[in-house]
Design a protein around this ligand. Structure first.
Ligand SMILES: Cc1cc2nc3c(=O)[nH]c(=O)nc-3n(C[C@H](O)[C@H](O)[C@H](O)COP(=O)(O)O)c2cc1C
Length: 213
């Protein structure tokens, strides 16, 4: 990655210490997440994903961050869900990941696009057949009469597809292509460290700025 501009809040250049080091924020996220997998009891890759539709009212829910690419963060969901509708209306999102065991958080904001069908197929087909059937049977975010109905519909999907249910078009990955990423680490007596990486557009050069906590 080229063209890194690095500055303190007062404009001086400053080398970032080991925890925040490197010139690729996706590598840095991978590094922190790898550490979190060692210490978190479960779901170290859980992110609180925020979206807002045309009414501008923010919405937030947990999803799992499944891939960290050089250029984007990928999660999977039903595009007919509430979040899917919001992303169709306003193709931008933000998320935060927080690891209590490490005292760190990562915040991300940017435009969103669907990943390729091949990429979504690869992930969908890697899931347990029961999870695949459940994803197909679930009309995510819409009213459900009873749990029995979902269980029965899931069973029927499995039966129909001979244990290998194919991915429906409306279930796929989304890639958040960050224009802003912030790395935050707990400091003594609340003197925390924050580094914000920004770029004008996806694929642009990053500017790194230390922020007051
Ligand atoms: C830890 C955790 C991980 C989750 N992961 C996903 C996920 O990867 N994809 C998904 O569609 N929902 C996931 N969910 C469920 C969502 O939080 C949410 O209930 C669902 O996607 C519907 O959200 P919506 O109505 O805002 O679209 C997860 C929930 C939790 C608590």
């Amino acid at each position: 990655m080229t063209g890194i501009v690095q500055r303190d809040a007062d404009g001086r250049n400053e080398a970032r210490d080991q925890l925040f080091s490197g010139n690729n924020p996706f590598d840095l996220t991978r590094r922190w997440l790898d550490e979190a997998w060692q210490s978190e009891p479960n779901d170290a890759n859980a992110i609180a994903l925020a979206t807002a539709g045309t009414d501008g009212l923010p919405n937030v829910r947990m999803v799992l961050l499944k891939e960290i690419e050089d250029g984007g963060y990928v999660f999977y969901t039903n595009s007919q869900s509430a979040k899917g509708g919001e992303l169709a209306a306003n193709g931008q999102a933000a998320f935060v990941m927080h690891w209590k065991t490490l005292g760190r958080q990562v915040r991300v904001r940017g435009p969103v696009e669907a990943v390729s069908a091949a990429q979504s197929d690869a992930y969908f087909n890697s899931r347990h057949p029961q999870s695949r059937a459940g994803a197909i049977a679930s009309e995510q975010s819409r009213p459900l009469d009873s749990r029995d109905r979902l269980v029965e519909d899931t069973r029927a999907v499995r039966e129909r597809h001979d244990d290998a249910p194919p991915r429906p078009d409306h279930w796929h990955g989304y890639r958040i292509m960050p224009v802003e990423i912030e790395f935050w680490a707990d400091g003594e007596h609340r003197l925390h460290d924050r580094f914000r990486w920004t770029r004008e557009a996806p694929q642009g050069d990053w500017t790194i700025t230390r922020l007051y906590p």
